[in-house]
Design a protein around this ligand. Structure first.
Ligand code: PMP
Length: 409
């Protein structure tokens, strides 16, 4: 009896493929590491400030999403430390069961007021918001319409949902309309980034909203890069266009302007209540830790009390947009603190990042397939707390590196 079983399993082994085989065949990253041009997982030994320490060396950081510079604000840090003193370091459970603290509920009320919606619900990451919300709302008879450049978490939220997914060309409203016309009478959710995370352009929200009304669709905006950045008071893309009442759902993350980790969805009470009971990434994952929650709450107070920060962010943004253009770099359609410098092929982007690093500048690299082929880019992003001198140094570093690679004359 025993020997039969052994024989069966060894036969099965002979016919099988090792699921790990692909791992040893994946050599691209190892080649870049050997060539000394691998720009990922760089180790930082300091805070996400305008200057960071890498290998004991000071570098100017233009690869952080800490737009308002609040991760080092004394009031934000103090709030996080106070929360740890009172509540400890973790919640040891989901919001659904033992993981809801009074500060979670208070933050939800504060976010709802800030975003000017009836209700808000907080998750442990922004990624989980998109996974949970889209998969909760889009059932098998529904359709989700997404921009081709939407964030990966939106795409993965669609994959998890039972709904049909239709993509439209990036910020192309004629294409969105073409797709909407083929959606018959089903439930429809249009999901767009407010500010697109690679190219830094802003969604054509007025037209999205108009088309949604015409075709009976609902609109969800992922405002990860809009909150704290766009709108007169930093309330994001909907405020920027004066369309706060027209957008049904606003998603935000704490990992950018809000100086922490976590995310939220804001909308009508009924819809948020529904999501609260169907979003699996909320129900089956532990709630955001007390320090993170307290940091976000303090960050919102500062956004409201210190409007000068947003002004400084935009002053820095304008300086860099015009600086790059004057040097002859291609920055695409960017109109926000995310400024990509498009360099062409992947290899050039890796080399550019390393040359910049030698010049004391930390910038990110985005290559295909994350961006279209031949459009590899150095993604730069700015903080309210960068100084003029730091930004001038960055421009000089780009000029020198760009010349060395023949990108500018
Ligand atoms: N949406 C967009 C547009 C993002 O850029 C990001 C983060 N890069 C997320 C969602 C996910 O947010 P989080 O970092 O909070 O998981």
């Amino acid at each position: 009896m025993d020997s039969g079983l052994v024989q069966d399993s060894s036969m099965a082994l002979k016919n099988t493929t090792d699921i790990f085989a692909k791992c040893s065949k994946f050599t691209r990253a190892k080649e870049l590491i050997s060539a000394g041009i691998y720009p990922y997982f760089r180790v930082i030994e300091s805070a996400q400030d305008p200057e960071v320490i890498i290998n004991g060396r000071r570098m100017i950081m233009v690869g952080s999403n800490n737009y308002l510079g609040l991760t080092s604000h004394p009031k934000v840090k103090e709030a996080a430390m106070d929360a740890i003193k009172r509540y400890g370091t973790g919640c040891a459970g989901s919001r659904f069961l033992n993981g809801t603290l009074n500060i979670h509920v208070e933050l939800e009320q504060k976010l709802a007021r800030f975003i000017r919606k009836e209700a808000a619900l907080i998750f442990s990451t922004g990624f989980q918001v998109n996974l949970g919300v889209i998969s909760a709302l889009a059932g098998k008879d529904d359709i989700v319409l997404i921009d081709k450049m939407d964030h990966a978490s939106i795409i993965d939220g669609c994959r998890l949902s039972y709904g049909e997914v239709k993509k439209f060309r990036h910020n192309d409203m004629a294409d969105l309309e073409r797709v909407l016309q083929r959606c018959d009478g089903r439930g429809k959710l249009i999901v767009v980034d407010g500010v697109f995370s690679m190219e830094g352009d802003i969604v054509n929200l007025p037209k999205v909203v108009e088309l949604a009304k015409t075709y009976g669709a609902r609109v969800m905006v992922d405002d990860a890069h809009g909150i704290g950045v766009l709108g007169k008071t930093g309330r994001g893309t909907a405020e920027h266009f004066g369309l706060e009442n027209e957008v049904d759902l606003i998603m935000g993350t704490y990992s950018k302007s809000l100086a922490s980790i976590g995310g939220f969805i804001a909308g009508s009470s009924d819809v948020v209540h529904y999501i609260k009971h169907f979003a699996r990434s909320l129900i089956f994952s532990a709630s955001p830790p007390p320090a993170s929650v307290a940091a976000v709450s303090a960050a919102i107070d500062i956004i409201e009390d210190e409007p000068g920060r947003i002004e400084r962010l935009w002053k820095n943004t304008r300086k860099m947009l015009s600086g790059f253009k004057k040097l002859g770099f291609e920055v695409g359609p960017s109109e926000t603190p995310i400024i990509p410098v498009i360099v062409g092929d992947n290899e050039t982007a890796f080399r550019m990042a390393m040359l910049l690093q030698e010049e004391g500048v930390f910038a990110n690299v985005a290559v295909s397939p994350a961006v279209p082929d031949g459009k590899a880019l150095i993604r730069t992003s700015y903080m309210a707390t960068h100084t003029e001198e730091q930004l001038d140094t960055v421009l000089r570093a780009f000029e020198k590196s760009g010349r060395a690679l023949g990108l500018i004359s």
